[in-house]
Design a protein around this ligand. Structure first.
Ligand code: ADP
Ligand code: MG
Length: 290
C-alpha cells in the first residue's frame, strides 16, 4: 500500500543549533494508526509540528522530507501548506483551550472552518456541526453550539475539539497528547471516541503519547523516540511483546501488568468505595446571585 504520510530523515534544530529531532523517519498508511511514544522532552511534539512546519520562532528544519501522498510538503509555499492544515491534516493538542477561541460560540467556530474550507452555506455547516457533536456524544448539540468553550469540562472540551477537527474529514489526524490533562477514565472515553470516529471515517492517526499503555490499546504501529531519535519502530503488538531496544524494554517493564491490580477470584470483594445519588447542579439563570 502506498503511504499516506512519509517522513524521511527529518531533523529540527532549536535556536542555538541543538538538534531536538534528529533524522526521524516513519510512514503512515491510509486509515492506520501510528503512535509516537517516548518520555517527555524526547522530541515528539517538535517532530509532529515539523510535519506541518508549525514550529516555534527560531526553530528550523535543516534536513528531511515530508510527503503527503504525492505532495512534498517541505517544498510547498506557506500559503499552500496552510490550506492543507484542517482539510488534509487535522491537529488536536493537549489543551483544547489553546485551539478553541474562548470569545466565540462553539457553533460559530465549527461553522467557520466549514465555510472557509468547504464553502458550505451557513445552514448546512450548522447541520454538519450538530451531527458531528452528536457523534462525539454531546448530549444536547444545540445547547453546545450556542455555548462558549469555558462552559464545558476538560473532557467535553476535548470531544468538542475532536468534533471540530473531524468535521473537515482530514485524511490524517495528528493528536498530540490529546488526553494527558484528563483523568484516566475520561482519557479512555475521549480516546475511544476519537479513534472510533477515525476508524469510521478512514482517517489515519498519528497519536503522540508518553504512555505505552495507550499504544497497546490504540496503535497499529509505533515509533519509540529518545533524545530526538527513533530508537525502535514496528507493529505495536510486536514491539510491545518483544522490544529490541533497551529503552523500549524499560518502558514496557514500567507498564502495570494486566490484571495485577485486580482482586484474585475468591468471591466478589466488598466495594472499596460506593457512591449513590450524586448530583452536580449548575447555577441556573435568575436567582439572587444569577
Ligand atoms: N520553545 C523551545 N525553545 C527551546 N527548546 C525547546 C522549546 N520547546 C521544546 N524545546 C526542547 O526541544 C526538545 C523536544 O521537545 P518536545 O518535542 O516538546 O518533546 P516531547 O513532545 O517529546 O515532550 C526538548 O529537549 C525541549 O526542551
Ligand atoms: Mg510534547
Amino acid at each position: 500500500m502506498t503511504a499516506l504520510l512519509s517522513v524521511a530523515g527529518l531533523s529540527v534544530e532549536a535556536p542555538g543549533g541543538r538538534r531536538v529531532v534528529d533524522d526521524v523517519s516513519f510512514t503512515i498508511e491510509p486509515g492506520r494508526f501510528r503512535a509516537l511514544v517516548g518520555e517527555s522532552g524526547s522530541g515528539k511534539t517538535m517532530a509532529a509540528r515539523a510535519v506541518l512546519r508549525l514550529l516555534p520562532p527560531g526553530f528550523r528544519i535543516p534536513a528531511g522530507s515530508v510527503r503527503l501522498r504525492d505532495e512534498n510538503l517541505a517544498a510547498l509555499p506557506d500559503a499552500a501548506l496552510r490550506r492543507l492544515r484542517g482539510p488534509a491534516i487535522g491537529m488536536v493538542f493537549q489543551e483544547p483551550m489553546v485551539s478553541l477561541n474562548p470569545a466565540i460560540r462553539i457553533g460559530a467556530q465549527m461553522r467557520e472552518a466549514l465555510v472557509l474550507h468547504r464553502r458550505l452555506p451557513r445552514a448546512e455547516a450548522e447541520a454538519a456541526a450538530r451531527a458531528m457533536l452528536a457523534r462525539v456524544r454531546i448530549g444536547d448539540p444545540d445547547r453546545c453550539l450556542a455555548a462558549y468553550p469555558h462552559e464545558f469540562s476538560g473532557g467535553m472540551r476535548q470531544r468538542i475539539m475532536i468534533a471540530s477537527v473531524m468535521l473537515l474529514r482530514p485524511a490524517l489526524l495528528i493528536a498530540d497528547e490529546p488526553t494527558t490533562a484528563l483523568d484516566t477514565l475520561t482519557q479512555r472515553e475521549v480516546l475511544d471516541l476519537m479513534t472510533g470516529l477515525a476508524r469510521e471515517e478512514g482517517t489515519a492517526v498519528l497519536l503522540i503519547t508518553h504512555n505505552l499503555g495507550l499504544v497497546a490499546r490504540y496503535a497499529d504501529a509505533v515509533s519509540v523516540m529518545r533524545e530526538g531519535r527513533v530508537v525502535e519502530e514496528g507493529p505495536a503488538r510486536a514491539v510491545l511483546a518483544a522490544p529490541r531496544h533497551g529503552y523500549t524494554a524499560a518502558l514496557v517493564d514500567a507498564l502495570p501488568r494486566r490484571g495485577a491490580v485486580r482482586p484474585s477470584g475468591a468471591g466478589a470483594a466488598a466495594p472499596v468505595i460506593e457512591a449513590r445519588d450524586i448530583a452536580v447542579r449548575f447555577p441556573g439563570r435568575g436567582g439572587l446571585l444569577r
